[in-house]
Every structure is written in C-alpha cells, then in structure tokens.
Write a new protein. Structure first.
Length: 65
C-alpha cells in the first residue's frame, strides 16, 4: 500500500462524514458519531502504520485512497 499526505486523508474523512472537533499542536481530532480518529498534520506522507490504523478505525477502504 502506498502512503498519502495527511491533508488528502482529511478530505477523505470529511467526505465520509467525519467532522473536525479540535486541534492540539500538529494533531487534529475528527469525529463521526462514536468514532473518533486523530490525524497528524505534517508535510510528509503518513507512515504506513499510522495510515493503516486510521483506515481500521474509520472503516475506509484502501481502494478509496
């Protein structure tokens, strides 16, 4: 799986109905109902493990990237 930029992940989450809750430092918290996910906002690609964790938490498919 290829990694992506954090801002692209944010756009995908927002399309899926996740809403921005707050930001602390370089980490943003998004929420949809009882689901919540933290996205680190950096200029680099998301690390593979971080990306996989976000996908698992949110139910976003790899094909949607």
């Amino acid at each position: 799986m290829k990694s992506i930029k954090p801002r692209r992940m944010v756009k995908i989450l927002e399309r899926k109905g996740f809403r921005f809750v707050r930001q602390k430092g370089s980490h943003r918290l998004y929420r949809k109902g009882d689901l919540r996910v933290t996205v680190p906002i950096h200029n680099k690609d998301l690390k593979l493990g971080t990306l996989q964790n976000i996908l698992r938490q949110t139910g976003v498919n790899k094909e949607e990237l």
